[in-house]
Design a protein around this ligand. Structure first.
Ligand SMILES: [Zn+2]
Length: 362
């Protein structure tokens, strides 16, 4: 039996990571004031004042309603696509009076990285529990993880198996890393029994080199933070040039053209075609994720074996019945009425994966 576990934002929220609509308030409340004169923070402040009339330093941020991350990235992407500008921020940088939309976009991505990179109080207990239980039931090798999260909770818990517990299972991201060819790195090319983790929106520990197209992994560390804190440590392992993050935020206008990310998508599609059961954990199936809907529809309509069974775990403490009902409708209208929509959470699934998997396969 082959299983795909799809990890959405709710799985990370279970470990106390800020969720999408807390990213801005978190950053502006706790992080920006410590370094308000950096170039990045100055530009972010101007942008939010000009565009949303929010002064991130002077306003009472507990009362401010921030736009969503998708909305902000969405309008910037659209301006770039149309080669148009916002006041004080242009797509063409012929005039250095203006900030650049492209750089502003990078800043917003680094802001996200900063907010989700080891925030205080974050844990990893449910990811760890899930993996332990999958090992216990002898299911881990038949499991492929597909994650839309940039944080590295699942990554770290999977790589620990090999590095700390000496269990001969290697983590395979489905990408060709510069680390495999470099002698001074501990990260070896996966061989033998591998656990697959496909991060279809990128990862905090991936550094992409736009010069030689290599991808450098920073094991156990959100290496993207180096771009923010000390750019000279964010160098490509292959050619030594400066790197940029691969973090694709959820918007309608996503750019999936990065070659490494394309490979990950192809592998995720293949894994889904071979799977018997797909389990969504902490994923609300948002309208913005049309790329994921496209992927799932392609898989559903071109399978060799019987149809893919689908199970959903996306409840949390404060969710209302009406929100749950809407979510269930969203899943079923798109993926079919056979979707098993549990009113349980990622945490519940992590506690007894085998129990639920057995129920689903009946
Ligand atoms: Zn390079």
């Amino acid at each position: 039996m082959k299983i795909c576990i799809f990890l959405g934002a709710g799985a990370s929220a279970a470990e106390n990571l800020p969720i999408q609509n807390e990213l801005f308030s978190n950053y502006f409340k706790y992080i920006l004031p410590n370094d308000k004169d950096s170039k990045m923070n100055k530009e972010l402040r101007i942008f939010f004042k000009d565009t949303f009339d929010i002064d991130v330093l002077e306003d009472n941020l507990d009362k401010v309603k921030f736009p969503t991350f998708e909305e902000v990235i969405g309008i910037l992407d659209m301006a770039e696509q149309r080669r148009e500008s916002f006041k004080n921020f242009g797509t063409e940088t012929y005039d250095n009076k203006n900030g650049s939309i492209n750089i502003l976009r990078q800043y917003l991505i680094l802001l996200t990285a900063n907010s989700i990179n080891n925030p205080p109080k974050s844990s990893h207990k449910y990811h760890e529990l899930l993996i332990k239980n999958l090992i216990k039931e002898n299911l881990l090798l038949d499991t492929t993880f597909i994650s839309v999260n940039y944080d590295i909770h699942i990554d770290n818990n999977l790589s620990k198996l090999y590095d700390t517990y000496k269990i001969p299972l290697m983590l395979d991201y489905g990408v060709d890393l510069a680390n495999f060819y470099h002698k001074n790195t501990s990260w070896k090319k996966p061989e033998g029994d591998c656990i697959k983790l496909y991060k279809i929106h990128g990862s905090l520990n991936w550094l992409y080199c736009p010069i030689c197209s290599s991808l450098t992994l920073t094991p156990y560390e959100g290496g993207v933070m180096r771009i923010l804190n000390n750019i000279d440590e964010a160098r490509c392992l292959n050619c030594g040039e400066r790197t940029i993050p691969i973090i694709v935020p959820p918007t309608y206008f996503k750019n999936m053209s990065n070659v490494h990310l394309s490979n990950v998508w192809i592998k995720a599609e293949k894994a889904l075609r071979q799977a018997d059961l797909l389990i969504f954990c902490g994923y609300s199936f948002p309208d913005a994720d049309i790329h994921i809907k496209y992927l799932l529809k392609r898989v559903q309509t071109s399978r060799e074996k019987y149809s893919l069974k689908i199970m959903v775990f996306n409840n949390h403490e404060n969710k209302t019945i009406s929100a749950l009902k809407k979510e269930e409708d969203r899943y079923k209208r798109f993926l079919g009425k056979k979707v098993i929509f549990t009113r349980l959470s990622f945490q519940d699934f992590a506690q007894d994966p085998m129990g639920f998997i057995t129920k689903a396969s009946k």
